[in-house]
Write a protein that binds this ligand. Structure first.
Ligand code: COA
Length: 256
C-alpha cells in the first residue's frame, strides 16, 4: 500500500543502520544547479557516517526496502563568540558550524533542519507534516529543546523577483503563511523569526551554468532559472554567474 500519513514509518539511521543503503534508491530530488553548493556536498558525503542519528528515512510500513522520503538535521553549538544570532548564511553556516564543532569535540546545544524531501510521485498526499513531526520528535529524542530551520519556501520559485522578507510575511486570512512549506512549519508549531539572505551561494562559469540549466547565459544581467528562488546574476565579461539563495529562519520550540 503506498505511504499515507497513517502508514508512513520514519526511522533515524542510528536505530536502523540497515536503511542507509536504501537512501541511494531515492531518485535525485533536487534540480542540478541546487546540487552544486560546495558546502552541501561536504555535508551529504559525510552525514551518514558522522551524524546517523540526524538522518531520517521514510518508507511504507510494509515495504522498508523502498524509501519514500528522507530528512536531515545537523547539530552545533550556539551562543558563543560569533554565534549569538541565527546566521545570514543559514544553510551553509549551520553545516560549517556542525562540521567544525564535531571535529573540535564541542558539545552541540542546537539543531538545524537541512532538508525534508519526498519522492516526486508521493508529493501532495499530506506526508510533509508527518516528516516534520518525525524530525521534531527525533531532535527531542536526542535531548535538544529547540530546532531551527533555514526554510526553502516551495512557492517562491513562482515569484523570483519578490524580496524574501516580503514573501515570507504573507499570510492567508486564517493567519497561516501563504507559502505551502512555511505553512507546514508554522502549523507544526514553528515561528518565523527572520530571513537568511545568503543561505546558500552557488557560483559557476557560464559553461557550468549552461550545463546545469540548459539556458544560454549569453547576456550580462539577471537570469531567471526554473526552480530558483531568486534570479541568478550573470557576467559575460567575467565568465561567471552566481546564485545567492535566501531562506527563511523558522524556530521550533520543542520544550512543551
Ligand atoms: C516540500 C515537500 C516536502 C512538501 O511535501 P508534499 O507532499 O508536496 O506536501 P503535502 O502534500 O504534505 O502538503 C503540504 C502543504 O502544501 C500544499 N501543497 C502540496 N502540493 C502543492 C502544490 N503543488 N501547490 C501548492 N500547494 C501545495 C498542501 O495543500 C499542504 O498545505 P495545507 O496543509 O495547508 O493544505 C515536497 O514537495 C518536496 O519534497 N519538495 C522537494 C524538496 C523540498 O523543496 N523540500 C523543502 C525544502 S528542504
Amino acid at each position: 500500500m503506498p505511504a499515507t500519513p497513517a502508514n508512513l514509518v520514519v526511522q533515524p539511521l542510528d536505530r536502523r543502520p540497515d536503511l542507509a543503503e536504501n537512501l541511494s534508491k531515492l531518485p535525485e530530488l533536487w534540480p542540478e544547479f541546487v546540487q552544486q553548493d560546495p558546502i552541501s556536498n561536504f555535508y551529504y558525503v559525510t552525514a551518514v557516517r558522522d551524524f546517523p542519528e540526524h538522518v531520517l528515512v521514510g518508507y511504507d510500513e510494509d515495504d522498508p526496502e523502498v524509501p519514500v522520503a528522507r530528512a536531515y538535521t545537523v547539530p552545533f553549538q550556539f551562543g558563543g563568540e560569533g554565534r549569538t544570532v541565527l546566521p545570514s548564511d543559514g544553510w551553509d553556516a549551520v553545516i560549517r558550524w556542525g562540521a567544525l564543532d564535531r571535529s573540535l569535540g564541542r558539545t552541540p546545544n542546537l539543531v538545524s533542519a537541512l532538508e525534508i524531501s519526498i519522492r516526486p510521485d508521493r508529493r501532495g498526499g499530506g506526508l510533509a507534516a508527518v516528516l516534520l513531526a518525525a524530525m521534531r520528535g527525533n531532535v527531542r529524542r536526542l535531548g535538544f529543546d529547540t530546532l531551527v530551520a533555514p526554510v526553502r519556501p516551495t512557492g517562491k520559485p513562482a515569484e523570483p523577483t519578490t524580496p524574501m522578507h516580503e514573501y515570507a510575511r504573507r499570510t492567508r486570512p486564517d493567519g497561516l503563511p501563504v507559502d505551502p512549506w512555511l505553512r507546514v512549519h508554522v502549523r507544526a508549531g514553528g515561528e518565523i523569526v527572520g530571513v537568511c539572505p545568503r543561505a546558500m551561494v552557488i557560483a559557476g562559469t557560464l559553461a557550468e551554468w549552461r550545463a546545469w540549466t540548459g539556458l544560454a547565459f549569453d547576456e550580462t544581467g539577471v537570469v531567471e532559472v526554473p526552480d530558483a528562488l531568486v534570479p541568478v546574476h550573470c557576467s559575460v565579461e567575467h565568465d561567471y554567474a552566481v546564485y545567492v539563495e535566501p531562506g527563511v529562519w523558522v524556530r521550533h520550540d520543542l520544550s512543551s
